[in-house]
Unconditional design. Structure first.
Lengths: 113, 117
């Protein structure tokens, strides 16, 4: 049973560019959440997708957007990259009424130069 | 808004010793969930233990147990008989009650735990 799969694992982008990160949830999970983890910090909630709609959003600018597909996979898009966007981006999936049933991927390390 | 605070940036103990990681939180919710996650160098967040705030009994999972003090808003993690594989970053997190599916997690800053041979 595959867990959460994220791609790519590492990425280097130039300031001002756009980036798309991808996440495939654990089998049976229908909700995908994205987190940003700066170096030495705890993860910060970006947003959550359920039934192809954004259900909750954290305190992130509109440069951060997402999408969820009918197969529950998800993308995180970041436009006009800033140096401060350099971080580990974690995807977590969950499903049904599972309490604490979050399964995390290993993340995408984004470096903006 | 929920906040989570971990006041110990780093801890180090010898293998087989017992170690306690501290966490305090603040929330206006009457019911909520608390978690401890482990993040090894592989970067994947792994759930260690969870506690539902309305349950009085402290959660335990093998060598891992919590001391949940609801009035004090404290949620510490005790690791007994520590092993080298316990070396990792540990994050305390809280989540408001579930309405439909999962809600967001609010994480603390983390504690880097090193188990020495």
């Amino acid at each position: 049973d595959a867990g959460v799969t994220q791609s790519p694992t590492h990425l280097i982008k130039t300031r001002g560019q756009q980036v798309t990160l991808r996440c495939s949830p654990k089998s049976g999970h229908d909700t995908v959440s994205w987190y940003q983890q700066a170096l030495g910090q705890g993860p910060q909630f970006i947003f959550q997708y359920y039934e192809e709609e954004e259900r909750q959003r954290g305190n992130f600018p509109d440069r951060f957007s997402g999408h969820q597909f009918p197969n529950y996979s998800s993308e995180l898009n970041v436009n006009a990259l800033l140096l401060g966007d350099s971080a580990l981006y974690l995807c977590a999936s969950s499903g049904g009424q599972g309490v604490g049933g979050y399964t995390f991927g290993s993340g995408t390390r984004l470096t903006v130069v | 808004a929920q906040t989570v605070t971990q006041s110990q940036p780093e801890m180090s103990v010898q293998e087989a010793e017992t170690v306690t990681l501290s966490c305090t939180y603040d929330t206006s919710e009457n019911n909520y969930y608390l978690f401890w996650y482990k993040q090894p160098p592989s970067r994947q967040m792994i759930l260690v233990i969870r506690q539902e705030a309305y349950k009085q009994q402290n959660a335990t999972e093998n060598r891992f147990s919590v001391n949940f003090q609801k009035a004090a808003k404290s949620f510490s993690l005790k690791i007994s008989d520590s092993q080298l594989g316990d070396t990792a970053m540990y994050f305390c997190a809280s989540s408001p009650p579930l309405i439909q599916g999962a809600q967001k997690l609010v994480f603390g800053q983390g504690t880097r735990l090193t188990i020495n041979p």
